[in-house]
Design a protein. Structure first.
Length: 222
């Protein structure tokens, strides 16, 4: 599949969400939508009604990153609403396999995310039911934080787990990715790269998407 770029709208102008997505629509593989519930993380963003409305307005596939408690109850609804990919946190549920099965049954790709302090050992049972592992490279909750380069070994380990499985599992890195750090994440084996503030703080978000894609592709070739 190669490198994919998933711009996060967390730091975009949320009063103009559909327009902000339109700015990257021609060049992005996904739009990364950070759902936060003020419980799993200390921040509150948007939820299903907003994402449903957005899906109706754009052709860019929705990459939903659920930073919420009780994904067992809420995650399948995002898949039913037409999201292309739904990622939940392994820390937020005691039944990751069931959540993964429910998302898949509703027609979306399944991702599982791990916070910086969570080991990939926690994915042992669920790995067979996954399409993507999301390695957080900041503490979840806010955009614009510094990339944690001590997460690079975990990205490498996720890549090994993905390659060792029979399925085509993608490895997503999320947090602090920008020119200068995206190369490190890509070289370590991340192939779906979330870029939030670097894209939406740029004068032209689409140009920045192309720039980070080229940087990541170069880093993989080296
Ligand atoms: C953090 C979110 C990230 C965030 C990335 O909790 O999951 O997706 O929006 O933003 P940047 O690229 O600014 O770190
Ligand atoms: Zn995210």
């Amino acid at each position: 599949m190669g490198i994919q770029i998933s711009p996060s709208v967390l730091n975009a102008d949320l009063s103009r969400l559909a327009d902000e997505v339109e700015r990257i629509a021609a060049v992005a593989d996904w739009v990364h939508l950070d759902v936060m519930d003020n419980h799993f993380v200390p921040n509150l963003t948007f939820g299903l009604p907003v994402i449903e409305s957005l899906i109706a307005r754009t052709n860019v596939p929705a990459d939903c990153h659920l930073m919420i408690e009780d994904p067992d109850r809420w995650a399948p609804g995002y898949a039913e609403a037409g999201a292309g990919s739904v990622t939940f946190h392994v820390e937020a549920t005691r039944s990751p396999v069931q959540v993964a099965k429910d998302i898949r049954a509703a027609g979306a790709r399944v991702g599982v995310a791990v916070k910086p302090g969570t080991s990939l050992d926690s994915l042992r049972d669920v790995i067979r039911h996954l399409d993507m592992i999301l390695v957080m490279t900041v503490e979840p909750g806010f955009g614009g934080q510094a990339f944690m380069d001590d997460m690079l070994p975990k990205i490498r380990q996720a890549r090994q787990l993905a390659d060792a499985s029979d399925a085509d599992i993608w490895v997503q890195a999320d947090g602090g990715l920008a020119p200068g750090t995206i190369e490190l994440a890509a070289a370590a084996g991340a192939d779906v790269l979330v870029v939030g503030s670097a894209v939406y703080r740029a004068d032209d978000p689409a140009v920045m998407v192309e720039q980070v894609r080229a940087s990541a592709e170069n880093a993989v070739r080296l």
